[in-house]
Design a protein around this ligand. Structure first.
Ligand SMILES: [Zn+2]
Length: 106
């Protein structure tokens, strides 16, 4: 018996596609695209054996892309939050310190 307790994981998506997530983790390639040219890919062989429904996998990919897009949006928003005016200030400081115009006398 197995319990799927993943706190803080990403929620509904992971739940609905738990079996696919497992296959992804079993896949030997770290950055596998699980696509056309991946030999030995767990996803691909599951698809080939009919253990994984292609339509569901499509769905999984689509949902994953959606999540990635949302995550990226949040990242951009967070960066924007950081600094319009502060950025300008930092640029000024960098320019000044790059010049080495004032040296300390000994
Ligand atoms: Zn793969």
């Amino acid at each position: 018996m197995q319990l799927w307790e993943q706190d803080g994981g990403s929620d509904a998506h992971a739940d609905a596609f738990a079996d696919i997530e497992e296959l992804v983790q079993r896949c030997q390639y770290r950055d596998c695209t699980h696509g056309k040219r991946e030999h030995g890919c767990a996803i691909k062989s599951a698809l080939a054996r009919g253990e994984l429904d292609a339509g569901r996998y499509e769905n999984y990919l689509k949902t994953g892309r959606e999540l990635a897009r949302i995550a990226r949006k949040e990242q951009i928003a967070a960066r924007k939050n950081l600094t319009p005016a502060q950025n300008r200030l930092r640029n000024k400081q960098e320019r000044r310190s790059g010049k080495h115009s004032s040296q300390s006398w000994e």
